[in-house]
Design a protein around this ligand. Structure first.
Ligand code: HEC
Ligand code: HEC
Ligand code: HEC
Length: 380
C-alpha cells in the first residue's frame, strides 16, 4: 500500500487557524473562565482538523460516518467505550498486521505526524455520545454462495456438501459443528493445516468468500438446508455444452432456466437463440450462444455511472484517475479482460487489497452496469 495515496491535502489553512486560536488562548491565560472557553475552542478546532484528515484518508475503508465498510466500524459504542485515546492512537499509528489497515504514523512509514493522529482520534472520539452499538459484521455473507464455493473448491477433499468420504474429515458433522464456534472455523480455514494436507485458504480466497463459507458452516450447524446459487453464466455454459453434444432438449432446458435470471440489454438476444434451436439449426445456435457467452454480462452504462458514484468513486476517483484504488480511465486491465472476468473480480475482490468483493452489497446486474460504464472510459 503506497503511502503517497494517503498524502492528500492535510488542510494547511486549518492548521494556521489553529495556531491563531492557540495564540489567542495564550493571550487569555489571565482569566480562568475565558481559558475554559478557549480550550473548548481548541478542542473544536482539533476535531475539525481531525475531520479533514479522516475524510482524506479513512473514509474509503471506514465510511463517511465511521459506519465501517472494508474497515471496522469506528462509530461504535462498544469500541469507543473500551478503547482509550491512547489505544486508538496506537491502532492508527501502527496499523493492524495481516489486515488492510495500514500503519499511519511517520515512525512506521506512514504519512501522519503524532499530532495529526491526536486530531483524528479527537474526531473519532466526538462520535461517542451518539454512537450506536454495531453488532453486525461488515460482510454480508451468504450461505448459498458459500455452498457453490464449497462444492467447487473444498468437495474434492471434504466430499459433496461437506459429508466427507474424501481424504479429509466431514465438515457437515453436527456433533463437531456444535462443539466449535464460527471463529474456530474462520481461523482453521484461513490458516489451514498445511502439514496435514489442509491448504491455507486465507491466501487464496477473499475475506468475503471465507465469510460465505462461515455462513454455510453456520447454516449446517443449525440444520438448515442450503441450495447452491446457480449463475446465469453456469447455465449458459451447460447450454453450450449441450449444444456441442447436439442435445437440443438439454440446451433448451438450461436456456429456459437462464432466462428468468438473466438481466440487462443482452436479455433480448436469448429468445432468437432459443428460436434457432427450435428450428433445428444447432450449428448456428452454438455459434450465436458462444458469442453471447463471451459478452455476458451485458450491462447498461447509464445506470452504471450511478453505481460507480455510489460504490467505487471513493477509491478510484471521480474521473477514474485512481487513489486508494488503481486508475480505471484508461485501464489496460479492463481493456484486456472480458465482462465475465471483470464481474468475477468485482464480485470477489482481490485478496489482501482494499479491493474487496461486492458480492452481497451489489447485485450482478449492478456490477454488469458498472462494467459497461467502465468500458465507455476505454474508448480512445
Ligand atoms: C485500506 C483500508 C483502510 C484504511 C484506508 C484505513 N483503515 Fe482502519 N482499519 C481497516 C481494517 C480492515 C481494520 C480492521 C483490522 C482488523 O481486522 O483487525 C481497521 C481497523 C481500524 C481501527 C481499529 C478498530 C477496531 O475495532 O479494532 C482503527 C481505530 C482504525 N482502523 C482507524 C483508522 C483511521 C483513523 C484511518 C485513517 C487515518 C484508517 N483506519 C484508515 C482498514 C483501513
Ligand atoms: C487438498 C485437500 C483439501 C481441500 C481442497 C480442503 N481441505 Fe479442509 N482439510 C483437509 C484435511 C486433510 C483436513 C484434516 C487436517 C487434520 O487432520 O488436521 C482438513 C480439515 C479442515 C477443517 C477442520 C475440520 C475439523 O473438524 O477438524 C475445516 C473446517 C476445513 N478443512 C475446511 C475446508 C474448506 C472450507 C475448504 C475449501 C475452501 C477445504 N477445507 C478444502 C484437506 C482439504
Ligand atoms: C475501498 C477501496 C475500493 C473500492 C470501494 C473499490 N475499489 Fe477497485 N480497487 C481498489 C484497489 C486498492 C485496487 C488495486 C488492488 C491491487 O493492488 O491489486 C482495485 C482494483 C480494481 C480493478 C483492477 C484494476 C487493475 O488495474 O488491476 C478494477 C477493475 C476495480 N478495482 C474496479 C472497481 C469497481 C467497479 C468498484 C466499484 C463497484 C471498485 N473497484 C471499488 C480499491 C477499491
Amino acid at each position: 500500500m503506497q503511502t503517497e495515496n494517503y498524502r492528500r491535502q492535510i488542510l494547511i489553512g486549518l492548521g494556521l487557524t489553529l495556531v491563531a486560536i492557540v495564540a489567542m488562548g495564550v493571550a487569555w491565560l489571565t482569566e480562568p473562565a475565558r481559558m475554559a472557553e478557549a480550550s473548548d475552542t481548541v478542542a473544536k478546532a482539533s476535531i475539525l482538523q481531525g475531520r479533514q484528515i479522516y475524510v482524506a484518508n479513512c473514509t474509503p475503508c471506514h465510511g463517511t460516518r465511521g459506519e465501517g465498510g472494508v474497515g471496522a466500524a469506528l462509530n461504535d459504542k462498544v469500541l469507543l467505550s473500551k478503547a482509550t485515546d491512547e489505544v486508538l492512537a496506537g491502532f492508527i499509528a501502527v496499523g493492524r498486521p495481516n489486515s488492510l489497515m495500514p500503519a499511519w504514523s511517520q515512525q512506521n512509514g506512514g504519512p501522519l505526524t503524532d499530532e495529526d493522529i491526536r486530531y483524528v482520534v479527537s474526531f473519532i472520539r466526538a462520535w461517542q455520545p451518539t454512537a450506536p452499538t454495531v453488532t453486525t459484521g461488515v460482510v454480508i455473507s451468504d450461505a448459498a454462495r458459500g455452498l457453490s464455493l464449497f462444492n467447487g473448491t473444498c468437495f474434492i477433499c471434504h466430499g459433496e456438501n461437506g459429508q466427507g468420504g474424501g481424504i479429509a474429515p466431514a465438515i457437515n458433522n453436527p456433533a463437531r459443528l456444535g462443539a466449535l464456534d464460527d471463529n474456530w472455523y474462520r481461523q482453521t480455514i484461513n490458516g489451514g493445516r498445511p502439514a496435514r494436507g489442509m491448504p491455507t485458504w486465507g491466501t487464496v480466497l477473499s475475506p468475503s468468500q471465507i465469510e460465505d463459507i462461515i455462513a454455510l458452516v453456520d447454516a449446517w450447524r443449525k440444520g438448515e438446508k442450503v441450495l447452491p446459487t446457480t449463475t446465469v453464466a453456469d447455465l449458459l455454459d451447460q447450454a453450450l455444452f449441450a449444444l456441442s453434444q447436439k442435445d437440443d432438449k438439454d440446451a433448451l432446458f438450461y436456456l429456459n432456466r437462464a432466462k428468468p435470471l438473466a438481466f440487462g440489454p443482452g436479455l433480448a438476444q436469448l429468445d432468437p437463440i432459443v428460436a434457432t434451436i427450435q428450428s433445428g439449426d444447432l450449428t448456428k445456435a452454438l455459434s450465436d450462444l458462444g458469442e453471447f457467452r463471451k459478452q455476458w454480462p451485458i450491462g447498461d452504462a447509464v445506470k452504471g455511472a450511478a453505481v460507480y458514484k455510489d460504490a467505487c468513486i471513493g477509491c478510484h476517483g471521480s474521473d477514474g484517475q485512481g487513489g486508494v484504488g488503481r486508475r480505471l480511465k484508461p485501464s489496460q486491465f479492463i481493456q484486456t479482460s472480458t465482462n465475465a472476468e471483470l464481474l468475477t473480480l468485482t464480485l470477489t475482490g482481490r485478496v489482501n487489497t482494499a479491493m474487496r468483493g461486492f458480492a452481497g452489497r451489489l447485485t450482478e446486474e449492478q456490477l454488469a452496469d458498472v462494467i459497461a460504464f467502465l468500458r465507455t472510459w476505454q474508448q480512445p
